[in-house]
Design a protein around this ligand. Structure first.
Ligand code: ZN
Length: 247
């Protein structure tokens, strides 16, 4: 089995290296990441194999996005609050919702950790419409980056915890932002986004997020890549508290 994955990774590398346009390369890597996500979720890969594939994809992504890094990374790292018209006051659990203990991106069987913050919107009747504005709430990219995976077709029959989601790789921070539970996703794999760009609308998709006991919220996670491209959850509370709010 391991050999097959190694060959797949090698092929992936060759394909990515051969296509000229960075966008094309990013789409190929994004599709590989998307497929890996599905395999982890459906537990059709061992955690070890999943980790190897993840590292291979991320190392490639680092290379492919190097021109972006040269072009757009500077010293001042700026964040946009990921919900339009909302701010850090709306972070759940008084900001203590981040529980990274036991997190393993590669083993879907391991549960109980929450290496993320949930940001709640005013939606008492749970119809995905903001009680204050009568409009859906826009989910905004916190940072510039490249969309590397999306799910837009979650249904109630599906047991997926994330529901509809967006993964964005930030070449400057060298990490991955994960935004989940959307009603609607409006970006595609391979898209380059800027900070503050609308990527989705807040929703109630996902196994637990769809239940009546759950308030309508955005689930936000950031995974910092280590030098050997392993994912490490970071508490984004300070970034959220300092972020620019868009109204
Ligand atoms: Zn959450």
């Amino acid at each position: 089995m391991q050999k097959t994955y190694r060959i797949a990774i090698l092929l992936l590398g060759l394909i990515a290296a051969r296509s000229d346009a960075p966008r094309e390369q990013m789409i190929i890597l994004g599709q590989a990441f998307q497929q890996l996500n599905t395999q982890i979720r459906e537990q059709t890969l061992t955690p070890d194999s999943a980790q190897m594939r993840f590292q291979a994809i991320m190392l490639q992504l680092r290379e492919v996005t190097d021109p972006l890094r040269q072009k757009s990374c500077n010293d001042s790292i700026r964040f946009v609050f990921p919900l339009k018209d909302y701010d850090a006051e709306n972070i759940g659990g008084n900001g203590f919702g981040f529980r990274p203990r036991g997190f393993n991106l590669f083993d879907h069987g391991v549960q109980g950790s929450h290496p993320a913050h949930d940001i709640f919107v005013y939606d008492r009747n749970q119809d995905n419409i903001d009680d204050q504005t009568d409009l859906p709430v826009d989910v905004l990219a916190m940072r510039p980056g490249v969309v590397v995976a999306t799910e837009a077709n979650w249904t109630r029959e599906s047991s997926y915890r994330g529901g509809n989601f967006v993964w964005i790789y930030d070449p400057c921070l060298d990490g991955l932002f994960y935004y989940a539970h959307h009603s609607k996703v409006i970006v595609n794999v391979g898209d380059e986004v800027v900070a503050g760009q609308k990527i989705a609308e807040v929703g109630r998709t996902g196994l637990n997020a769809a239940k009546p006991r759950s308030g309508t919220h955005l689930h936000l996670m950031y995974l910092q890549l280590t030098p050997d491209a392993l994912p490490q959850p970071i508490n984004t509370y300070d970034w959220l508290a300092d972020a620019e709010v868009i109204r």
